[in-house]
Design a binder for this molecule. Structure first.
Ligand code: DGP
Length: 129
């Protein structure tokens, strides 16, 4: 199945250098930059440079080199931003929203890496039905 990618989305524009961003790391296949609306002291978005819409799209269609590059970058950011849990403190959350049910706002695959404060349980709004 072909998944349509809208190259006018905001992260595609960031990748093309058309709008500014606060880059924290860049690799051959991935870019990491600070979220414009941070939910915690550290809130980084990690994106592949390739045209993938969701995490599932990326995980199934990206090359092994792209997936390895992305995954290793997440690991490096956890280390560089000192997010790894130590004993009974510290830690972080990674999350990737996909589609309307998950309230994905930007249709370019991105991983939120959030930490630097107590995040509490994974929270989801109550179901309406
Ligand atoms: P999501 O709901 O998972 O699609 O989250 C999209 C995130 O992208 C949201 O936390 C805000 C962030 N965001 C939206 N526009 C921009 C932008 O222009 N620059 C940056 N750095 N982040 C953005």
């Amino acid at each position: 199945m072909t998944i349509a990618y809208d190259d006018q989305n905001i992260f595609a524009k960031i990748l093309r250098g058309e709008i500014p961003n606060d880059t924290v790391a860049e690799t051959e296949h991935s870019l990491a930059f600070r979220d414009i609306f941070p939910q915690a002291p550290t809130h980084i978005l990690v994106i592949p440079k390739g045209p993938y819409v969701t995490y599932g799209h990326f995980a199934s269609a990206a090359s092994e080199a792209e997936i390895l590059d992305f995954t290793r970058l997440v690991g490096k950011l956890v280390a560089d931003f000192d997010l790894a849990p130590v004993g009974d403190s510290g830690g972080y959350r990674v999350a990737s929203n996909a589609g309307p049910d998950a309230h994905q706002e930007v249709p370019h695959m991105h991983m939120h890496l959030v930490g630097g404060r107590i995040l509490g349980p994974f929270a989801m709004p109550e179901r309406k039905v």
